[in-house]
Design a protein around this ligand. Structure first.
Ligand code: GLN
Length: 192
């Protein structure tokens, strides 16, 4: 199994390291032709305005949209989740890929709590709470298709799945817990 990680900007190295720890072939994607060799794609966290600009500039956006239409599984974390959405409340500066029918809000947690950690109950991953690391995170205002995977204690939606697409507000690649990535790999293998 080969997983590409969009390496335009942001936390792509951490995803690659975690995947390699799981003995998966993982590599950075910067060129459209590198997309041809992969079974699954991760769009990392970072700054969605930059990622969207660079993906368009590197001619990656159109190719990713086309491959996703043909069934390529895609997992977006944080800014990557913003890229997956088809509706962004304050999104004038971002040109998302629009693969998931979700509405997201950027920088949704305000200044004081820009970054925080929260143990999340994610039934799809089992009983043990998952360590949610939130960094200037977006939230999901609405899941219009697919399923909600995780919520904060106050009900805020922070992860969702729609078929072969997976999105999280938080950063599983910054933890030692590989379950969220394994869940994505199961989707890639068609074993979910
Ligand atoms: N605030 C960033 C954005 O809007 C996302 C932050 C992150 O990916 N950690 O793109």
């Amino acid at each position: 199994m080969r997983i590409g990680v969009i390496a335009a900007q942001g936390a792509f190295v951490e995803h690659i390291n975690l995947l390699r720890r799981l003995e998966v072939e993982a590599f950075p994607v910067r060129l459209p032709r590198e997309l041809e060799k992969i079974d699954g794609l991760i769009i990392p966290g970072g700054e969605s305005t930059s990622i969207s600009q660079l993906m368009a500039e590197y001619c990656l956006s159109e190719r990713v949209r086309a491959l996703a239409r043909e069934g390529l599984p895609v997992f977006g974390t944080c800014a990557g989740m913003i890229m997956l959405a088809n509706d962004i409340s304050d999104g004038e500066k971002v040109e998302p890929l629009g693969l998931m029918n979700i509405k997201v809000r950027r920088n949704a947690f305000g200044r004081q709590v820009d970054s925080f950690e929260s143990d999340l109950t994610i039934p799809a991953l089992g009983e043990k709470p998952f360590p949610g690391v939130f960094i200037r995170a977006p939230l999901i205002e609405q899941v219009k298709s697919g399923e909600v995977l995780a919520r904060l204690g106050d009900g805020t939606i922070v992860a969702a799945r729609q078929g072969q697409f997976l999105a999280s507000s938080f950063h599983p690649e910054l933890t030692d817990d590989p379950r969220f990535h394994r869940f994505f790999l199961d989707i890639v293998e068609g074993c979910d």
